[in-house]
Design a protein around this ligand. Structure first.
Ligand SMILES: Nc1ncnc2c1ncn2[C@@H]1O[C@H](COP(=O)(O)OP(=O)(O)O)[C@@H](O)[C@H]1O
Ligand SMILES: [Mg+2]
Length: 250
């Protein structure tokens, strides 16, 4: 579904992505983990068509990415800047659906359905600033879901919330992934999160970054914040990913 070939990106003379090759299958939940500043957001912006790579190509369903693909939704870390404060929660969620040419009534029904999927059916008439950070990020996820993308990209989506909320949002992603058979690429610097959420973890080195590890996560579903993290397989994967992120030989 997603294919990245020999992707390189430089900002001026600063090479950030040093040659990335990656294939992602339909329905996969891939976590990309790497140290801060290694080019994770650069990679995500390139996939989303927001940044033109210096070299290499990105294909979605065999078609080169040029501009933002219309079957793709992005969830950013900074929910406070991604929602419009003057619009109700339901209107925020419904907004991108205009691009699909849906009628006002259908946009509203889809928005309410998506809010229900993230457990926020009661907040439709509220404004984003009346909600906690975790709830605002749920709204951003609902907005992505309402769009029914084939492909959802998430850039450190839980980086700005407290630990408990973070766990709830991780479980939300696991719960919604099956809803529309979406392919999800979630970017994080959090090693534990990558193993807990992903069914595959790709590890990037420091910039100019390359893929230094590609692990498949065989942990059973449903995953559980306490039980899953105690499994020997979780502990082993976390150690392996940690060594790869730090560049320590195994
Ligand atoms: N628009 C830009 N212009 C110049 N340098 C940038 C720009 N965006 C990011 N960088 C630099 O590129 C490197 C990688 O950035 P980024 O992709 O945001 O990394 P990450 O998301 O992994 O933390 C950093 O050193 C950052 O300062
Ligand atoms: Mg980033």
């Amino acid at each position: 579904m997603l294919e990245i070939n020999h992707l390189r990106h430089s900002y001026g003379s600063h090479e950030v992505l040093g040659g990335i090759d990656l294939k992602v299958d339909e329905g996969q939940l891939l976590c990309i983990v790497g140290p801060s500043g290694c080019g994770k957001s650069t990679l995500l912006r390139s996939i989303a068509g927001l940044l033109k790579p210096t070299q290499g190509e990105i294909l979605i369903n065999g078609v080169p990415v040029a501009g933002t693909p219309d079957n793709l939704a992005v969830v950013f870390q900074d929910y406070s800047r991604s929602l419009f404060p003057w619009m109700s929660v339901a209107d925020n969620v419904a907004l991108p659906l205009r691009r699909k040419g849906m009628s006002g009534a259908r946009r509203r029904t889809s928005a309410l359905e998506a809010l229900e999927q993230v457990g926020l059916e009661g907040a439709a008439a509220k404004y984003p600033w009346q909600l906690s950070g975790g709830m605002q990020q749920r709204v951003a996820i609902a907005r992505a879901l309402a769009y029914r993308p084939a492909f959802m990209l998430m850039d450190e989506p839980f980086g700005s919330v407290d630990a408990q909320t973070r766990e709830d949002l991780e479980d939300l992603v696991l719960q919604v992934r099956g809803v529309h058979g979406m392919t999800i690429v979630l970017i994080t610097h959090d090693i534990d999160e990558s193993v807990y959420v992903g069914d595959r973890v790709v590890v990037l080195s420091k910039a100019p970054s390359r893929i230094v590890g590609d692990l498949s996560v065989g942990l059973p579903y449903p995953r559980d914040q306490i039980a899953t993290r105690q499994l020997p397989e979780f502990v082993r994967l976390r150690a392996d990913v940690g060594r790869l992120v730090r560049g320590v030989p195994g």
